[in-house]
Design a protein around this ligand. Structure first.
Ligand SMILES: [Fe+2]
Length: 380
């Protein structure tokens, strides 16, 4: 068993309409002047106004910031920190998908400690603790509200940097499934696939441990049961709740177990072709599961339901890969890299980039450029 450390830093508040409690929860934490980081789509959906109203009613003065997009980069983070610098804020609220939550954390790093977000790549490099934060996800996806990492792209190379610190974990995560109802279908599909990938990768990583296994398995159970329901019946409240809690648990699993080759192969697709993160994962995860199969088939069998001897006797990796491909079909996601616009001639370059990804070092089968090339070729 590998060593692990678990220090819950986040109070989790789950339930329909819990977003209306944000003002009081912020006051409980002593917030007086808070930066509200929420992208323009969240404002258009009406979520920003509800949070602003709740904060104001509780006597917390909010300062909204929305000048960033999906895949927030180092320049957007710098702009947010520059916006916040003269405001004398004492706290930050992140509202939205992973973009908003990661951008909020990134701004916090730079605002409190100066320099560029790239200076905080790795873990524990914030000399001054970050301002206290509340995280409110509006998609069931990254689980960023469960993690002490901000994932920010380099504005020049577009490659993702993971910047972590104990103080980057939000103090309170508000999980209100009603907020996820407004997401467009393809956003729900891609975010949900990201969460599923987190459960699958964290269940087999080299840093997996009994605690991360607990969260990964329960995340898989919730997400795999609910994904198709939420795709077919978007207003199904129970399915929405299961997706949001499942995504949060998958985020908790990642916190101690990290990820693997699917995220390593997905990141260059996003950087080079601007393919959204969840879609990039859908294109590579089934092939990574097959590629890993011989190394961790018992663990994949356990994820699918250990007592089912039939799964064990068949090929658990293939069974899981087929299930993952079904999810992509249900989500109306592209199935092959070619469909997504990837040129086979680019595979060696993509593979070289994938091999440099930190996340690939935690894959259960040793992963390098040769392995990445095999995975991309299987998916083209
Ligand atoms: Fe992810």
């Amino acid at each position: 068993m590998v060593p692990f450390e678990f220090h819950p830093r986040t109070r989790v508040v789950f339930g329909p309409a819990t977003v209306t409690r944000v003002g009081q929860l912020a006051r409980d934490l002593g917030f007086r002047r808070t930066l509200l980081v929420a992208d323009p789509g969240i404002r258009e959906a009406g979520h920003t106004a509800r949070v602003l109203d709740s904060l104001t009613a509780a006597g917390v003065e909010p300062f909204p910031f929305d000048s960033f997009g999906i895949n927030p980069d180092s320049a957007m983070v710098a702009a947010g920190a520059a916006f916040a610098a003269p405001l004398n804020i004492d706290s930050i609220v992140g509202l939205g998908g992973g973009s908003s939550l990661d951008c909020a954390k990134g701004i916090n790093f730079v605002l409190r400690n100066g320099g560029s977000i790239a200076d905080y790549r790795g873990y524990g490099k914030a000399a001054t603790p970050l301002l206290p934060m509340i995280g409110i996800p509006t998609t069931a996806g990254t689980g960023s509200e469960a993690q002490s990492y901000a994932v920010i792209a380099d504005a020049t190379t577009h490659m993702k940097m993971a910047c972590g610190d104990p103080s980057a974990a939000v103090r309170i995560a508000i999980l209100d499934p009603d907020l996820t109802l407004s997401a467009p279908r393809h956003v729900t599909a891609m975010a949900g696939y990201d969460a599923i990938a987190h459960a699958v990768e964290s269940a087999v990583s080299t840093k997996r441990n009994p605690l991360s296994d607990t969260f990964a398995r329960q995340a898989w159970h919730l997400l795999s049961e609910a994904f198709e329901r939420v795709m077919l019946h978007p207003a199904d409240a129970d399915a929405r709740a299961a997706m949001l809690v499942g995504a949060h648990f998958a985020g908790m699993a990642i916190e101690t177990s990290m990820l693997g080759a699917a995220h390593a192969c997905a990141n260059p697709l996003t950087a080079r072709y601007n393919i959204p993160h969840g879609l990039a994962l859908a294109l590579v995860l089934p092939h990574v599961v097959r590629w890993n199969g011989a190394a961790v088939k018992d663990r994949y069998a356990a994820l699918l339901g250990a007592p089912r001897r039939r799964i064990r006797d068949e090929d658990p990796a293939e069974t899981l890969a087929l299930r993952l491909e079904d999810f992509a079909v249900t989500g109306h996601l592209a199935i092959t890299l070619s469909d997504a616009g990837v040129d086979a001639a680019a595979i060696p370059e993509l593979a070289a980039l994938a091999a440099q990804q930190w996340t690939g070092t935690f894959n259960p089968r040793p992963f390098d450029a040769v392995g990445a090339e095999e995975i991309y070729r299987a998916g083209i």
